[in-house]
Design a protein around this ligand. Sequence first.
Ligand SMILES: CC[C@H](CNC(=O)c1ccc(S(N)(=O)=O)cc1)c1ccc2[nH]ccc2c1
Ligand SMILES: [Zn+2]
Length: 260
Amino acid sequence: ACCSYRLRDALHPLWQSPLTIPGGTRQSPINIQWRDSVYDPFLKPLKISYDPTTCLHIWNNGYSFLVEFDDSADRSIIVGGPLENQYRLKQFHFHWGAVNDWGSEHTVDCKFYPAELHLVHWNAVEYPSFEEAVMEGNGLAVIGVFLKLGARHEGLQTLVDALPAVRHKDTVIEFDVFDPSCLLPSCPDYWTYAGSLTTPPLTESVTWIIKKKPIEVDEDQLEAFRTLLFSSHGEEERRMVDNFRPLQPLMDRTVRSSFR
Ligand SMILES: CC[C@H](CNC(=O)c1ccc(S(N)(=O)=O)cc1)c1ccc2[nH]ccc2c1
Ligand SMILES: [Zn+2]
């Protein structure tokens, strides 16, 4: 593996809390060793249909900035891929570094990307609420998309322009039309594995779907993420950077790929 989990985890500033939940056997994030992933011909294509008018607001929750969606009906959903049911979009958010050398949560062959997008969905077929789904092994499905440094991303720019309004923890602004599918790479290829939330309570309820191809964003857009703060108004300013969890042991898991 590409690093010693225990030391990195224990020393990581964001994670003074227990590094992995005691007895955790399916923690996230992980390193995806491309050559160890297993092609599964039974994996279906992932079907994504988002309704841009379900977008509600952007807010800074002190871990990241989240764009939240109205999940009171099946209007923005994903189905297929490794999923048994359809899952409703609840929110998306990002993780990023202080510099471009790291920032993603997952790595591919031990390589970090400068940032990673998470589109969080929950199994509204089997569970009555997101809060309950978070506690169930098949409760959540998160699509992970790597961000790499390159051309400016026009779709992301509308988000970046709103960030100054949510600079401090617990600030929120209305954001009423956004189509998150503009943040997905066109390539359908993905890896999938059984994992967890990467922030407390770290519950082992996530089917991870990690897109093989990254999207491109430019330096100014990454820098805009780094102007956000972990701290609230009036507190001493603490820049929101390095909000990614250290890599967790793969343990008895196989990463499957949808592609040869
Ligand atoms: C149970 C946790 C949840 C808040 N956290 C999340 O929703 C969340 C979602 C995705 C990821 S990641 N990085 O893995 O994609 C990490 C955390 C949550 C949701 C509703 C709640 N109501 C009261 C408390 C409470 C906590
Ligand atoms: Zn996340």
